[in-house]
Design a protein around this ligand. Sequence first.
Ligand SMILES: O=C(O)CCC(=O)C(=O)O
Length: 299
Amino acid sequence: MNEQDKYLFDLRGYLVVKNALSEDQVSDLSDRLEQHRSDNKRVFGSDRTRYPEGARSSWSASSLLEWGGSYVDLIDLPSIAPYLEALLGPDHRLDHDYIKIDNAANSHKLYLHGGGQGAGGATDLVGPTDGGQCYYRYNNGKFYNGLVAVGFELDTVPPGHGGFACIPGSHKVNFELPRDWKISETQQDVPQCVDRVEAEAGDAIIFTEACAHGTVPWQGDGERRTIFYKYCPHAVAWSPCYYNADRYGELSDRQRAMLMPPSAFGGPNEYSRKIWERVQADHAELERLREELAAAKEA
Ligand SMILES: O=C(O)CCC(=O)C(=O)O
C-alpha cells in the first residue's frame, strides 16, 4: 500500500485496486458461480448464516470456500494481502464471505449503512448492534479498522448501471447520517454527496465498513456479480459462525491462520491454534461416529 493509497484511503474510506484478479481467476470464479446458480438465488455465502437442508452440524453453514479453486485463493490473494496488512495489522482473519448479484430482476434501493463511529445512528443496519466494532482510526502510524471489505468484481459495470456507492469521508464523520439520505429508491434519488464507484471485471474495491455505503439501484442490461470477503483484526468477530479449515482442501499455513476463530492471541499463536485444532479433531470424530451410527442403523 503506497503513500497515495494510504492518503486516499484515509481521506475517502475506500480504494479501487485495478486488476486485482487475473483473467483466469475471473473465469474460474465465474464458472464456479454459474455451476451453483440454477435457482437464481441473489446471495450466496456465509454472510447471514443459513444451514442448508440436511445440515448435520454447526460447521455445515455454507461458505464460498466450499466452491474451491480461486474461491480458496481469495482468502490470501497476493494482490490484496499488502492492503489488508496495512489496514488491519499482520494478524487479521477472514470473518465472512458472500456473493451478491444485481440485475434487472434483482434491483434494490440504495440503503446506506455503516458510517463512522456509530454515526449510522439508531436505525442503522450495522451501527447500533455491532458493539462499537464498526470503527476506523489512524493513530501513531497505524490504521485501525473493525471490518475491511474486499469486493471482487466479476463484470465490468457500464457507467450509470449500478455498483458500489459510498459517502467518501463518512468513516470519520461526527454526525448521524441524515435520515433523508439513508434510502434512495431510484438512481435519481441518490444524494449528490454519494460517490458511485466505477470498476471493471477483475478490479477489487476495498472499503472500511465504517464508511457509509451500499449498492446503487440497478438500471440497465446485464448484471453485476460481486464477491465479498470481509476481514477483521483477530480479536474481532462479526459473524456468529466460524470457518472449519478442515473443510476446504489443502490450505497454506497463512490461509489456515486467517480462518481461525477470533481471539486476542493472533491466528499463528501456538496457544490458540492448539485449542482450535482440538475442537476440529473433536468435530471430525463426531462426524465419523455419526456415519458409523447411520451405517449400523441401515444394516
Ligand atoms: O454493492 C456493494 O458493493 C456494497 C455491498 C454492501 O453494502 C455490503 O457488503 O455491506
